[in-house]
Design a protein around this ligand. Sequence first.
Ligand code: ADP
Ligand code: MG
Length: 682
Amino acid sequence: MARLSDPITMLKGVGPAKAKLFANLNIFTLGDLICHFPRGYEDRTQMVPIASLQVDVPACFKATVMNTPRTAHIRKGLDLTKVQVADHSGRLSLTFFNNRYVTDNLIYGREYIFYGAVSGDFIGYNMTNPVFEAPDSQPVTTRRILPIYPLTAGLTNAAVLKAVRQALAVCDPPAEILPEEVRRQYGILPAERAYFAIHEPRDMAEAEQAKKRLIFEEFFVFSAGLSLMRASRAEKKAPPYTNFNMRPFYAALPFTLTGAQQRAVRDILQDLGSGAPMNRLVQGDVGSGKTMVAAAAAYCAAQNGKQSALMAPTEILAEQHFASLERLFSPLGITVALLTGSMTVKQKKMVRERLLSGEIQVVVGTHALLTDATQFCDLGLVIADEQHRFGVAQRSKLSAKGEDPNLLVMSATPIPRTLALLMYGDLEVSILDELPPGREPVETFLVGEAYRARINAFIRKHVSEGHQCFVVCPAVEESEELGIKAASVWADTLQQTVFPDLRIALLHGQMKGAEKEAAMASFARGEADVMVATTVIEVGVDVPNATLMVIEDADRFGLSQLHQLRGRVGRGKAKSYCILTSHNRNPETLQRLKALCKTTDGFKIAEEDLKLRGPGDFFGSRQSGLPTFRVADLSYDLTTLKQAQEASARWIEDHGTSDAPEAKALRSRIGELFTRAEGTMN
Ligand code: ADP
Ligand code: MG
C-alpha cells in the first residue's frame, strides 16, 4: 500500500513531464491528487435511441457502425473522418476532426456506445467528435458520471481522472476525522466512501452527499482549529493593565465618541485589564470611527508603559493614521513615529533605534514593521487595520515581537453575524453599528447609459464646486471583456473627449505599488479632479474632498464590494453621491443594485449579498484573510457551514484533548490546514 505523502511519479504514466503539469495545480503527492476534487460532473448515465437524441443535449446511445470510416484530407492540418452509425430507431452520421484513432477503432459491423450531442441543420442530423467505447468495456468515458476536474494547459481531464483512479487504488484516502456521532447526527458519509464517491459517484445524489461530507469536514477542521486557538490563548497570561485613566484622552478628542465607540473602548479596556492577552476584532462600517477606538487602546497601553504598533496595508493609509494619531497624541506627551518601506535606510534605522530604546510609544507602519530589524522595547499592543488584507500569519509575526501582546484587529468589511463567528472564531468581536452624528448618507442612484450626458454634467458640477470625483471601472484594459469599461481606456476617453480641461488621474492594480501610492497621495492632495480607478481604491484612504463616485458596470461587483467602494466618498462635510451605471437588464441584478440605493447599512447589505450570492463570496475571495479551502470552489450552503461549526464547537469542548485516534487525526489535520494557510494568506 502506498502512502498519501508519496509522490505522484510513482503512478504509471506520470513521469517528470506530467508531474510538472500536475505541479501547476499544486499536486505533488497522492494525497494532493485524491484531494483534487472535481469542479462538476457530466451525467453520462442516460442511454437513448438515436431517434430520441435532442439537438445540443449530449447523451449516450448504442449504435452499429454502418460503413468503414473514410478520412478526407481537407488541407494541411485538417483531416475529416466520416462514418455512418445506426440503431433500430434511426441513422446518424458522425464527423471526427484530426482523429486517427477513429479509423482504427471504429470497425464496420460492430456495436459501440457513443456519447455526444447532435447538431441539426436542414440536411439532417450530424454529430461531431463523439467519444465512444466498446459495450463490453469498463465504462470510462460513457455510461457513467464523469467528473470534470480543474485542469491546466497540457493536462486532459482523462489524464487527471486516470491518475486519481490509480491513486485511489494504491492508497487509502485521508483518515476519518469526523466522530461517528457527528456523522450520524448530520447524515454524513464516512470518509472512505466520500473520497471515492467524490471522484466516482454512482449517481448524482451520491456526488452531492460526498460533496457535503467534504465541505462539512473542511469547515469542521477549520472551526475546530479556531476553537483550539481560542482555548490555548485563554490559558496565556499577560500582565493586566492597571491605569485606566482615560480622561486626558477624551478631553483631547475634538468630538465625543459615539455610543458604539464607547462600548468598543469599554470592551477593550476590560480585555486589557483581564490578565489574558486581548484578541479583539472591531468591526465597523467605513466611517464609523475605528481609528479613534484604536487610539484609545494605544493611549491606554502608553499609560501602562507599553508600546503599540499599528499596521496598515498601504503606505498612504499608514501616513494618514500617523498624521491623525500624531495630532492627537503629541499634546498628550505621547511620541508617535512612522515606519514605512519607502523611508530612507537612515530614517528607518533612526526609528528602529528609538523603538528599541522605548522612546517611541506608538509606531504606525506597513509591512516594514514585520521585518526582523524592527524590535521593540516593550510591545504591549498590536493593532492591524483593514485586517482582510493581512493574514493570520502576518498578525502573528507582529505579535511575536512582544510577549503575547494584546491584539486588536479592525475591519471595515461588514460580515453577517452568521459568518463572522466562523471567520473570526478565534477573536472576540465589538461592532461599531453607529456612525458619528451629522454624517449624511451617500445618496445612491442606479442609471442606464441614457444618462451618460447627465452623469458627465454632474461630474463637472462637482469639480466646478471645488470637489473631486472617483470613477470606478471593473477592468484595467479593454481586451479583458467586450463591452466592459476599462479604467485605462476610459480615463483616456474622459480626458480627451469629455473633460479636456479637467485633470484626470488613473489608478489600477497593474501599476507598481509605489506608483499606486503616488497616484493616490497626489489625488488626496487635490492634484487631480477625477480619479479613474479599479477596485484598488477600496481600502480606506481618506479623501474628504471627494463627493462623487461613479461606478461603471456596477453589476460586475458584489454588493458588499460596491458598499466598500462607496465608502470612499461621504467622508467630508459636503453631501456626497454615488452613481451606479449598468447595461444589465436582468431583474435580479437590478434588484440587487437597487438594494444598495436604498440602504447604507453595511451589515444589511452584507446579509443581502449573502442571501443572493451565497457565502462563497465571503469565503472564496482571497481578501477574506482565510485559509484557502480545497472545497471552496464547490458551491455550498450556509446550513452545512452552521452544522459543521456547531458540531465542532461541541466536539472540541467534550473531546478536544482526547487521545482517541480520531481526535489525534483531527488535531494533525488542523495543524496542516493552518500551516497551509500561512503560505496562501499573504
Ligand atoms: P473608519 O476607519 O471606521 O472608516 P475613521 O476612523 O477614519 O473611520 O473615521 C472617519 C472620520 O470620522 C474621521 O474623520 C474621524 O475623525 C471622524 N470621527 C470619528 N469618530 C467620530 C465621532 N465620535 N464624532 C465625530 N467624528 C468622528
Ligand atoms: Mg479606517
